[in-house]
Design a protein around this ligand. Structure first.
Ligand SMILES: [Zn+2]
Length: 135
């Protein structure tokens, strides 16, 4: 028997790439499938009723700024959840809402007509838009 093996093509070399690819797909698809162990919360930002941004809490630690009807809102994302850290609006209700971290919770800024809503993860039937294609 002449069983040639080619030591240069080591499966181990591919493992890293495959794992990376699978992880990337899992992150993207996990949200769509909604069964990702509760760590797949997505923040959905709407201004004037239109979705302007959507990001994963797990991957978006840091600050984001939005201009909502002339008011600047600074959204802070951390391992605890997401909150409006600063806002130029007169009522500051959005700032006072504090941190939200679970699906179905939301932060609303009425003057800015700004809504930040959490979706995915442990969400229970909160609308078909969760299954929308991301990006
Ligand atoms: Zn506000």
């Amino acid at each position: 028997m002449n069983m040639k093996r080619r030591p240069k093509l080591r499966p181990a070399a591919w493992d890293g790439a495959v794992v990376g690819l699978v992880l990337a797909l899992a992150v993207g698809c996990g949200v769509l499938l909604r069964g990702n162990g509760g760590s797949g919360e997505m923040a959905v930002v709407s201004i004037n009723g239109e979705e302007v941004d959507r990001f994963s809490l797990a991957e978006s630690a840091g600050k984001r700024e939005y201009l909502a009807n002339g008011y600047v809102l600074v959204v802070a994302v951390s391992s605890e959840g997401v909150r409006v850290a600063e806002a130029g609006c007169p009522t500051q209700d959005c700032v006072h809402t504090g941190v939200i971290s679970r699906s179905g919770q939301s932060i609303v800024c009425l003057p800015g007509r700004f809504i930040l809503r959490l979706a995915g993860g442990t969400e229970r039937g909160n609308g078909p838009d969760v299954d929308a294609v991301i990006g």
